[in-house]
Write a protein that binds this ligand. Structure first.
Ligand code: AMP
Ligand code: MN
Ligand code: MN
Ligand code: MN
Length: 281
């Protein structure tokens, strides 16, 4: 089976490698079909496409859109769209819009528990001024010695109920799916096992996603166990969705799953790239 890795992050969002360095690493790890999927941003797509070409890898355009659904943040990966599509470009620009203010509020929350200067500290790690994320705060808090690693920062400071967490309203599910689909791509529910929905809410997510034109789900990802992959393979079949595979690689120092270093998709599923054959560059 094809070694496809259709989920990772560069310095254009919260990864630590440039699109070019990611392409070289993907190639070295045996990736044959690659997509760069920066959060709420497609500013790295042209560079990624050119880097993939230079490495002799096939490429699909990609992004990972932050969505609010039933009070939680859900990530929708978009693949194979036209990255010059105006509605998509504009929708993503609006989705990024509140991040600066949110970051200031996160910093205020952290200051109240004695962690000073977190906004300025996080900024040192930001590669794209429009995309300051919790990951950048986590890196700074490790540097400042507040925590030993980024998972600990998330656990103690950056998740719901913790001092640096600021609730945020992201894009609507239907809008994210529509931006991707109208630009010729396929929308994919990212890492479904990472949400904490009730069974009813999860059923509603998949049902509404499909009704809005969503066509794929990540089954094999760096953030799924083998059992979770089996579970969402069944969900893919139940909802008639194609299956995607992606490491969600962010950094050589932080990510436990390297580019391309994933189990293959279970055999009975339709790989999403089969439905995107005419979009592969
Ligand atoms: P944001 O879009 O600013 O809310 O940041 C979300 C990003 O934070 C995700 O894409 C992950 O890269 C990272 N993240 C979220 N939860 C965790 C966690 N528990 N441990 C490590 N990184 C996390
Ligand atoms: Mn991330
Ligand atoms: Mn995600
Ligand atoms: Mn991701």
């Amino acid at each position: 089976m094809l070694n496809a890795d259709l989920h990772c992050h560069s310095t254009v969002s919260d990864g630590t490698l440039t699109p070019e360095a990611l392409a070289a690493r993907a190639k070295a790890n045996g990736v044959e079909l690659w997509a760069l999927t920066d959060h709420d941003e497609i500013g790295g797509q042209q560079r990624a496409l050119e880097a993939a070409r230079a490495q002799g890898m096939k490429y699909l355009t990609g992004t990972e859109i932050s969505v609010t659904f039933a009070g939680q943040t859900v990530h929708i990966v978009g693949l194979g769209f036209d990255h010059r599509n105006t509605a998509l470009v504009e929708g993503l620009r609006r989705t990024r819009g509140g991040r600066g203010e949110r970051a200031q509020e996160m910093s205020d929350g952290l200051a109240k528990v004695g962690v000073k200067g977190a906004y300025e500290g996080a900024l040192k790690y930001v590669g794209n001024p429009e995309l300051i994320s919790r990951t950048h705060f986590a890196r700074y808090l490790v540097e400042a010695g507040v925590c030993k690693d980024t998972p600990e920062v998330f656990r103690k400071y950056l998740t719901e109920g913790k001092p640096g967490f600021v609730p945020h309203r992201w894009a609507r599910l239907q809008d994210a799916v529509q931006w991707i689909s109208d630009a010729g791509g396929i929308a994919v529910i990212a890492h479904p096992a990472r949400y904490s929905f009730t069974p009813n809410e999860e059923y509603a997510l998949f049902t509404e996603f499909k009704a809005h034109g969503g066509r794929g789900v990540e089954v094999v990802t760096g953030s799924h166990s083998a059992q979770e992959a089996v579970r969402y393979a069944e969900t893919a079949l139940e909802f008639g969705l194609a299956a995607s595979r992606g490491s969600d690689f962010h950094s050589p120092d932080e990510s436990h799953t390297d580019l391309g270093a994933l189990p293959f998709l279970p055999g009975q599923l339709t790989p999403v790239w089969e439905w995107l054959a005419d979009r592969i560059q």
